[in-house]
Design a protein around this ligand. Structure first.
Ligand code: ACO
Length: 449
């Protein structure tokens, strides 16, 4: 919770209006780490002007104590802990506890938390029937949006968010059920029977079991693969106020049901500029096809007249190597080694592409580095996931971040409904035009030939 009075700086920022000769003092609020912010909450009241920042490139939309990113230095910390340390020493459910509650759990609390999550892994049987309403070839992200949204129709015992117990039940249900929902989306798409969760397995192993096991055979999976899956979830757990998290917060700011808010976050994550990039990376690597074709694709990415971009490269915040990408690269090697696939042609292309791009003036000048999605697709493909499932896996890992950010917002006493304003550039007031005097427009040519 923000204590603005404590964090207010002695300095302020003076805004001078050349037209009126008036100046305005904007208070500066100091962050615990990272850039300070200008407090513009009274700007409109005092100046009659809004700020203009499409894409929020210079706007802090909220205060938060969950995740810190220094994009220039390539630092990512959750509740103060470096992502490298968490990825090396913590399992995913420990990171979930950390994000939700602020500290790493004691051994007793960790066990209790795991037990609570285990108690919620099954879906309501009625919800299981919902899957059958989808076409078999539906994109699993479409199913995720539908099924997670539908959770809001099932849990009437956790809709009073002023009650901490009800809030926490909603958080636990989401973390527990999202792997079941994702695995079932996959099973449905390939026509295999749904596999119910097993509570004797760890979070990651249970997900792999529900996804890849079949009733006819014993399920066996190596520890290294389970570890890689778990680490994938850790690396995706939260990432500050990105598009999907901001979507969850904005939806939640009106007091909407948290399951519906998370469904909105999943929808936002789906896009290729966000979580859909891991799917797009594999498609791109397959299209490149051979190391010798890399220069051609690098040139395409640099060509202003070509919409092609190097997928898995560049980030709004990181102007340095994405710290998650380095762990992911390491993990990719481990997984491929374990599966005897180190000569994977896509891995070779990815390594070479990274090498060439990092030496290229265009990418250096624009500070475009590999992001988390660059190597994650290679791991997921090696594990046997089809590309359409990649973003689902991202959503499973990110659910804890979304729900932690939602919880933080709901618990913040200064929480207000999110309501951005706009710079209006449309027509000013004009007289209503009678139908007989209106011109035929050509924009609908495709409709009436
Ligand atoms: N390939 C080639 N050029 C690029 C790339 C890329 N991958 N990314 C950015 N650029 C160029 C842009 O053309 C632009 O050039 P200009 O200044 O000459 O116009 C400049 O770099 C800045 O790019 P913007 O799109 O303005 O940067 P923004 O911060 O808005 O975009 C984004 C960030 C969307 C991630 C972008 O880098 C991109 O499209 N990358 C590819 C998709 C991708 O990997 N997305 C995953 C992001 S990570 C995540 O969501 C988990």
């Amino acid at each position: 919770m923000a204590d603005y009075e404590d964090n207010k700086q002695n300095t302020s920022f003076t805004l001078f209006n050349n037209e009126t000769g008036k100046s305005y003092e904007l208070p500066v609020i100091k962050g615990k780490d990272g850039p300070n912010v200008l407090d513009i909450r009274k700007l409109y009241q005092e100046t009659g002007m809004f700020t203009y920042d499409p894409g929020f490139t210079s706007t802090a939309s909220c205060d938060s104590s969950i995740t810190f990113i220094d994009g220039n230095k390539g630092i990512l910390r959750h509740r103060g802990y470096d992502i490298h340390e968490l990825a090396s020493h913590s399992e995913f459910l420990e990171v979930c506890y950390l994000l939700l509650h602020g500290d790493l759990p004691s051994p007793e609390d960790k066990q209790k938390f795991k037990d609570v999550i285990r108690n919620h892994t099954m879906l309501h049987e009625q919800l299981v029937h919902l899957y059958r309403g989808f076409r078999r070839d539906a994109h699993p992200m479409a199913i995720m949006v539908g099924v997670v949204g539908a959770l809001s129709a099932f849990y009437h015992d956790s809709t009073d968010f002023s009650d901490i117990n009800q809030r926490m039940i909603a958080c636990h249900r989401l973390i527990a059920k999202i792997p079941t929902i994702g695995a079932m989306a996959y099973k449905y798409s390939i026509g295999q029977p749904f596999v119910y969760p097993r509570n004797d397995l760890s979070y990651a192993e249970n997900f792999l079991y529900m996804t890849f096991s079949v009733p006819t055979e014993e399920f066996k999976i190596s520890k290294k693969i389970v570890q890689a899956m778990d680490r994938f979830f850790v690396l995706h757990a939260d990432h500050e106020q990105n598009a999907s998290t901001s979507t969850v917060r904005l939806a939640g700011s009106s007091g909407a049901n948290p399951f519906a808010c998370i469904a909105a976050g999943i929808a936002s994550l789906w896009g290729p500029a966000h979580g859909g990039a891991n799917e797009a990376v594999i498609k791109m690597l397959e299209e490149i096809g051979d190391v010798k074709n890399i220069p051609e694709f690098i040139n395409k990415a640099k060509d202003k007249n070509d919409p092609f971009r190097l997928m898995g490269f560049g980030h709004r915040v990181y102007k340095n190597y994405d710290p998650r990408a380095s762990v992911m690269k390491e993990s990719a090697h481990e997984v491929l080694e374990e599966l005897n696939k180190l000569d994977d042609p896509l891995l070779k292309i990815a390594i070479e592409l990274e090498k060439i791009a990092l030496k290229d003036e265009y990418f250096i000048e624009k500070k475009l580095f590999p992001n988390v999605d660059f190597y994650s697709g290679i791991i997921l493909k090696a594990l046997g996931f089809p590309t359409s499932m990649f973003t689902v896996l991202f959503a499973i890992g990110r659910t804890v971040g979304w729900i932690s950010q939602w919880k933080e917002m709901i618990e913040d006493p200064i929480n207000k409904i999110g309501r951005p304003r706009q710079l209006y550039l449309g027509k000013t007031s004009r007289e209503f035009q009678k139908e007989s005097t209106r011109e035929k427009k050509s924009i609908f040519k495709w409709l009436w030939k």
